[in-house]
Each structure stands twice: as C-alpha cells, then as structure tokens.
Design a protein around this ligand. Structure first.
Ligand code: 5RP
Length: 219
C-alpha cells in the first residue's frame, strides 16, 4: 500500500464518527482531502461543514456540501483533520499546509478531534518535522529572533501567504520534550498568530493507517 492509500483508508474510516444531521469540522491537507471525498458520499446526511481553509472550502463546495461560517456555530460534534506529527499523548504538529490557525480555532470549538494519519506521522518526540508558526508580516524578524532564543532555527516559508494574510516561519532543530510549555511560550511572543503545536488541545481519537489496517487509538 502506498502512503496515499493509507491516507485514503483513514479518511474514509473517519466517516463512522460523523453523526447524521450534524455539522462537521473539516481540516486541510491530502489526508483531509480523502475525508472530504468520503463526506461527499453521505452529503445528504450532514447539515454542512465548517472548513479550515480556502482549499478545503473549494473542494467541499464542489461536492455540494454546504459551508457554514464558524461564527454561526456554537459547537461542533467532531473535527476531522490530519497532522504532520503525532506523539503517544495525541499531541500534534500541524500546519504543513499553512492552515494551522483556522485548524486550531475549529479544534477549540469541536467536542471531538478525530486525527487521521498514516503511521509515518507517529513519533516519540515531536520536532523532527519543522514546527510551523503563523506570524504577522511586520513581526517576522522579531519573532524569528525570539524563536532562536528558544533553541530553534526558523526559516521563512518563501512565497506562502496564509488564508489570513500572514506568513509562516518553520522552526527546525527542535526536540519538543514539553509540548504544552513550548506551545504557551511561542503563543506568547508578540506578532505570533498561532503556533502549529496542538498540545493544550490534542486529539481525542487517532485513526492510524498502517499496512495491517486502520487502528483506532483513544486515551
Ligand atoms: C495543514 C495540516 C495538515 O493536517 C498536515 O500538514 C498533514 O497534511 P497531509 O494530510 O497532507 O499529510 O496541518 O495545515
């Protein structure tokens, strides 16, 4: 099985968590894209979706799934999204697709975060994948200097503007032993919109695709 086939398997497996008649939080990326295909197959059974990016919104719309404004929704039963890395405490690095801020907002609203990943995303210690940080453009250099003080090597993601009009710094060379502490520290730097560490609010369920099938992990 290829990595994409594993992503497809978990994307479709996530359908079992969708309760008919509800609004679904939808993530961004190649794994989430498979989930959107799956959601399209039951589109008459859902009220609609709150989407984490313009790209996912386009795809949801093309499949005829109504999009709801996040501000119109008090809470969501579930949010389904991928991750760049996940540890055994279900804490994640996200933002490889630059959608981290909207993803974090939807995760905050959702009662259940269902993370869909292939097994290559599982790590003991977060940080091998460069940690994305969304930054207000005028704060880019200042935030980069502060990230160096925290032991990282920030790199400006060239030619990327987020859906919110900001830029991304990818922080290399981190070994994140205390994800909650680092999430709080980076979020406290002036000019940071969001760090792609999902540690304070991790996943509730992980669907992990491996060669021997999809495993459901809960804590
Ligand atoms: C986008 C994300 C994605 O969930 C993450 O990058 C994983 O992507 P993929 O499913 O393509 O491997 O956080 O901002």
């Amino acid at each position: 099985m290829t990595q994409d086939e594993l992503k497809k398997a978990v994307g479709w497996a996530a359908l079992e968590f969708v309760t008919p008649g509800t609004i679904v939080g939808v993530g961004t990326g190649s794994t989430a894209s498979h989930f959107i295909d799956a959601l399209g197959s039951i589109k008459d059974q859902v009220k609609g979706a709150v989407s984490s990016s313009e790209a996912s919104t386009e795809k949801l719309k093309s499949l005829g799934i109504p999009i709801l404004d996040c501000n119109e929704v008090d809470s969501l039963d579930i949010y389904v999204d991928g991750a760049d890395e996940i540890n055994s405490n279900m804490q994640m690095i996200k933002g490889g697709g630059a959608a981290l801020t909207r993803e974090k907002i939807i995760a905050a609203i959702a009662k259940k975060f269902v993370c869909i990943v292939d097994a290559s995303k599982q790590v003991d210690v977060l940080g091998r994948f460069p940690l994305p940080v969304e930054v207000i453009p005028m704060a880019r250099s200042y935030v980069a200097r502060e990230l160096v003080k925290l032991g990282g090597v920030p790199k400006y993601r060239q030619n990327v503007v987020t859906d919110n009009g900001n830029v991304i710094l990818d922080v290399h060379n981190l070994s994140i032993l205390d994800p909650i502490e680092l999430e709080n520290k980076i979020n406290g730097i002036a000019g940071v919109v969001t760090v792609g560490l999902f540690a304070n609010r991790g996943a509730d369920v992980v669907l992990m695709g491996a060669l021997d099938g999809v495993k459901t992990i809960t804590q």
